[in-house]
Write a protein that binds this ligand. Structure first.
Ligand code: NAP
Length: 383
């Protein structure tokens, strides 16, 4: 896997402030934002809250972390919406809301749940994106970048995928239970070639393009800041195809366990893996992705990534873990099913690869979600 060295990356220019805004101030967003806000180095992080806006604006973010202890993160500014942070006139009724930075946002980091069937977050962030902005996406699944590339053809985009266990225990209070791993890398691929071209990214990504160069530089800068200033030890910068490889590898876990946890009636990962028939099913999903990803990406999984056997063995040890999709299902929230099962099926199909087990999961889960929503609507109608 091609790694870029973060060595010799200058810190922020002390005369030029760097302004970073996080859209999606939940578990992942608040944790990574809190490790990037270093006003002494002229790096200033702001948050956009939504249901937790009042708590964030009043007290900042309380962090309870396994990796860095407990601390309070006071962001540079807190906004009630992307429109307010983009300075859209009349977007905020409160006079306390600060104006956006005069030079615009240098980095717009998106850490919402990826729900492209519900909302186009590339449109949500449009007021924040200016000519010098870099968009950073830290979300699960594959194909999450395509709407952003389509809307912002010339904007630097960084794609990121994290292995962390974190939750917002109440508004403005974030608990990080374990892990801090974040893979990041440039994303240049045109929307067309990312979703409908038969050629794999390894053939269509131009490593010498200006977008790749800008994306690689931004990846190195963020890696340096999160590592050297934020103290996170496992920020892992990759090249474009390498990053996509990690996204597909993470699907081996997320696509096997998350939909199955819902469809099996609400079971945790180790519990499912202890059921012999379920274990065959989980293993077969992983094997399906394992065999397909190199054909889709044009590059094999690197040897340091855990094989399905290793993933199952660590699942057996990690008793009690319940995937986020199951928590979302139980709370009646929409599921990240398009980016975790729908997009993989579609992207593979566009490259001539069928994922039959994934397709079954996708069809069943999408149906289960729509039946549930119909029932929720009917129940509301009866009130
Ligand atoms: N948590 C983990 O341990 C973990 C681990 C690995 C990967 N991930 C991935 O990381 C991503 C983020 O997950 P998360 O757990 O951090 O989710 P989360 O805690 O639910 O946070 C998402 C936040 O985004 C906010 N939001 C959504 N749309 C918004 C908008 N238009 N404007 C402002 N705020 C908006 C939500 O606000 P509301 O409260 O108003 O809805 C919520 O606070 C997902 O793709 C997830 O799969 C999470």
């Amino acid at each position: 896997m091609a790694h870029h060295s973060p060595a010799n990356v200058p810190a922020a220019d002390p005369t030029k402030p760097v302004h970073i805004v996080f859209v999606g101030a939940g578990a992942v967003g608040c944790f990574y934002a809190s490790r990037l806000h270093y006003p002494d180095h002229n790096i200033h992080v702001s948050l956009i809250g939504r249901s937790n806006y009042a708590a964030l604006a009043k007290d900042g973010v309380q962090l309870q972390t396994r990796s860095f202890g407990n601390y309070v993160f006071h962001p540079h500014a807190v906004y009630p919406s992307a429109n307010a942070a983009g300075g859209v006139p009349n977007s905020s009724t409160s006079s306390d809301v600060p104006p956006p930075p005069p030079g615009g946002w240098d980095y717009v980091v998106v850490t919402t749940k990826a729900l492209p069937d519900r909302v186009d977050d590339s449109a949500t962030i449009a007021p924040l994106v200016g000519p010098k902005s870099t968009i950073v996406l830290i979300q699960n699944g594959v194909g999450v970048e395509a709407p952003y590339r389509a809307r912002f053809p010339d904007t630097t985009i960084i794609s990121g995928v994290t292995i962390i266990s974190a939750e917002q225990v109440k508004p403005g209070v974030i608990r990080q239970n374990r892990w801090t791993r974040l893979h990041i890398g440039p994303y240049t691929t045109s929307a067309e070639s990312s979703s409908s071209s038969a050629s794999p990214p390894s053939a269509s990504v131009d490593p010498n393009s200006a977008l790749t160069k800008r994306g690689t530089e931004a990846t190195e800068r963020l890696t340096d800041w999160w590592t050297r200033l934020g103290g996170i030890r496992d920020i892992d910068p990759l090249d474009e195809v390498g990053l996509q490889t990690v996204r597909w590898h993470k699907l081996c876990i997320n696509a096997a366990f998350n939909p199955s946890a819902v469809l099996s009636g609400g079971r945790g990962n180790a519990d499912m893996a202890s059921d012999p028939e379920m274990r065959i099913h989980l293993r077969a999903i992983m094997d399906e992705i394992w065999a397909a990803a190199p054909r889709i990406l044009g590059r094999p999984f690197p040897s340091e990534l855990a094989t399905p056997d290793k993933i199952l063995a660590s699942t057996d040890r990690n008793k009690g873990a319940r995937p986020s999709m199951l928590l979302d299902w139980e709370a009646g929230r929409p599921l990240e099913l398009e980016v975790i099962v729908g997009n993989p099926v579609r992207i593979a199909r566009a490259r001539g690869v069928e994922l039959p087990r994934m397709q079954s999961l996708y069809a069943l889960l999408r149906s289960a979600q729509s039946v549930r929503e119909q029932k929720q609507k009917e129940a509301k109608g009866k009130l």
